[in-house]
Design a protein around this ligand. Structure first.
Ligand code: GRF
Length: 231
């Protein structure tokens, strides 16, 4: 029997990334178990998803605690009680405390809907569209004590079109989020991620260094050599 990685998820919203993780687990593509979902928001859509799939969940509302540290302590306790080995932040709309980060060293991941370190923070899909970048995407990274600053695990790139707004770009990015988050978790579960300072080494991976994307594509590649007899 394969040992399953015990995952705890923190989410505040609709939970499509949590859904994607559940789907990968249920399809047998990820040797993991989502043992606890925590939310700060009693109205979060993600709760319906958890209920539908029999995932244990708890609503831990910040209003019931004196400050963020106390709130985070309650979450740490709940996660530790379930022997969680990896914490995944999936649309969790609060910044976790340094104590939380230290409670799970090298064992907290986040997904961010931009190509970090560009566009950290919130509403970044709209910010990228408004800025006029030609590419954006998403980033899975380990969480450190900064905001969106931890070592990067995987990134996916998508083109930005002139007519894009935050919604259309966000939808394009989200489709890739649903692919790279389970992949990063799988690599972690297989023990293939090594944090070395700012870098995450992925064991057993090679990349074709000659691949590229240009947006908009070149309309005409300049010939490398002039045709014979033409000049
Ligand atoms: C995603 O765009 C994620 O990158 C960001 O919050 C959003 C959560 O979406 N951190 P969902 O709740 O997983 O659908």
């Amino acid at each position: 029997m394969t040992v399953k990685l015990r995952i705890g998820a923190l989410a505040s919203g609709g939970g499509s990334n949590v859904q994607s993780i559940i789907d990968h687990i249920e399809a047998g593509k990820l040797a993991a178990e989502l043992v606890l979902l925590l939310t700060d928001n009693p109205d979060a859509g993600v709760l319906k998803r958890a209920a539908r799939h029999g995932i244990p969940f708890a609503i831990i509302e910040p209003e019931n605690y004196e400050n963020r540290d106390e709130h985070d302590r309650a979450m740490i306790e709940a996660l530790k009680a379930e022997h969680v080995e990896l914490v995944v932040l999936a649309g969790y709309m609060r910044i976790i405390s340094p104590e939380f980060v230290r409670a799970f060293p090298g064992r907290i991941m986040n997904i961010h809907p931009a190509l970090l370190p560009a566009f950290p923070g919130i509403h970044v899909q709209a910010k990228a569209a408004a800025y006029g970048v030609r590419f954006s995407g998403c980033t899975v990274h380990f969480v450190d004590e900064g905001m969106d600053t931890g070592p990067i695990i995987l990134q996916a790139v998508v083109p930005v079109l002139p007519e894009d707004d935050g919604d259309s770009l966000g939808a394009r990015i989200l489709r890739q989020e649903h692919r790279i988050y389970p992949e990063a978790i799988r690599l972690f579960a297989e023990g293939r991620l090594q944090i070395e300072g700012r870098h995450v080494r992925i064991l057993g991976h090679t990349v074709d260094a000659d691949r590229y994307m240009i947006n908009p594509p070149l309309e005409e590649e300049a010939p490398l050599w002039p045709e014979e007899g033409k000049d």
